[in-house]
Ligand binder design. Structure first.
Ligand SMILES: *Cc1c(COP(=O)(O)O)cnc(C)c1O
Length: 393
């Protein structure tokens, strides 16, 4: 059976009623016949049938054995970090998602968990950074927002040899393009808020583990600390996942066209998109993923915050907003938005320059999206020309 058919039919028909849509069990508790005698559920923080269905679907989709649904991507990340103890170390990718950086530095640091940030595009930098305290390697690929790619299979081999766990934040690729567990990762996390949900209508996080026992440990934290996904949001996420392969196909096709357009534009300096032959990690991207995703980042020749903000407020279809992965195209300015909590120097070292703009290419007709970018760039060109005249006068 092909992947999309398999996905659609991994969503079960309700055995009780035949309902073709997964029922929403909007309940806090479950009546027991006698103490401890129940139908598999006792209290809805510990388990809810709607959430359990979602968790089964995502475990299958990521080729893992346990799936767990959380109230946000960060809650999912948090549950994984709880595997560690004071004194343990993490090696993380240097242009890590800003919220994960904040969690590591402002929450877990004070509990004695240390993080070393490295350029994960070269697996040997990870190998060299490992100490006998390293317990976890944390990568994102593609990264946010510079879309660097690291070789999951090579890093998984290093992790295995040094007895560390490898966790991959698979938010940007989604399981429609990339399955880290099949490449050797131990844990996958998602901000399901993005492509898996796909409609910009919910906040959700997922953890998937390759190993059942490891999954049970994280499931313990899910129940013990309680950041579960609600039954309604679980249902909404299932509904999003049903169309994931179809949506991703279009996101990828439009993003590639836009990346090519930007690369040829005279006001654009650099374009970051793993599908471009000019991308330094294009070969690995092609090897480990079925496509290159829907996010395109670029910098302007005029590498200033002012120019970037002018562009970001000139588009009409691309809406200025944090987040990505939805039907509607979005655009963000990481330096002043998602990456504001990362110190300026560290931010620039990781390639997030002042004019860097990130596009989340949506499902509108690509001709319209190209036209929108074209007119916003044209405005920029006119304004910089006017400013130049003022200087000359
Ligand atoms: C958005 C995002 C997160 C955080 O997810 P929330 O659902 O916003 O909590 C984590 N990792 C990546 C790569 C993200 O883009």
């Amino acid at each position: 059976m092909q992947a999309t058919t398999q996905l659609i039919h991994s969503i079960p028909v309700d055995p009780l009623t035949g309902a073709i849509s997964v029922p929403i069990y909007q309940t806090s508790t479950f009546v027991q016949e006698a103490p401890g005698v129940n139908k598999g559920y006792d209290y809805a923080r510990s388990g809810n049938p709607t959430r359990a269905t979602l968790e089964d679907i995502i475990a299958q989709l990521e080729n893992g054995s346990v799936g767990l649904a959380f109230s946000s991507g960060l809650a999912a990340i948090d549950a994984v970090i709880k595997l560690l103890q004071s004194g343990d170390e993490i090696i993380a990718v240097d242009d890590i998602y800003g919220g994960a950086f904040r969690l590591f530095e402002q929450v877990y640091k004070k509990f004695g968990v240390r993080v070393t940030y490295v350029d994960a595009t070269d697996p040997s930098t990870i190998f060299n950074a490992i100490t006998n305290k390293t317990k976890l390697i944390w990568i994102e690929t593609p990264t946010n927002p510079t879309l660097k790619i690291s070789d999951i299979e090579a890093i998984a081999k290093i992790a295995k040899a040094r007895r560390c766990l490898l966790c991959v934040d698979n938010t940007f690729a989604s399981p429609a393009l990339q399955k880290p567990i099949s490449l050797g990762a131990d844990i996958v996390v998602h901000s399901a808020t993005k492509y898996l949900g796909g409609h910009s209508d919910l906040i959700a996080g997922l953890v998937i583990t390759a190993d059942k026992e490891l999954g049970e440990k994280i499931k313990f934290f899910q129940n013990a600390t309680g950041a579960i996904l609600s039954p309604f949001d679980s249902w909404l996420l299932i509904r999003g996942i049903e169309t994931l392969p179809l949506r991703i196909k279009q996101h990828c096709a439009s993003a590639l066209e836009i990346a090519i357009f930007l690369e040829q534009h005279p006001l654009v300096e650099n374009v970051f998109y793993p599908g471009l032959k000019s991308h330094p990690n294009h070969t690995i991207a092609k090897k480990q993923a079925k496509g290159f995703g829907g996010v395109v980042s670029f910098t302007l020749k005029n590498d200033t915050e002012e120019a970037a903000i002018e562009f970001a407020t000139s588009t009409t279809l691309f809406k200025l907003a944090e987040s990505l992965g939805g039907i509607k195209s979005l655009l963000s300015h990481p330096a002043t938005m998602t990456h504001k909590s990362i110190p300026a120097q560290k931010r620039k070292e990781a390639g997030v320059s002042d004019s860097l703009l990130r596009l989340s290419v949506g499902l509108e007709d690509v001709e319209d999206l190209l036209q929108d970018l074209e007119q916003a760039l044209a405005k920029l060109s006119v304004n910089s020309h006017e400013k130049a005249e003022v200087v000359f006068n």
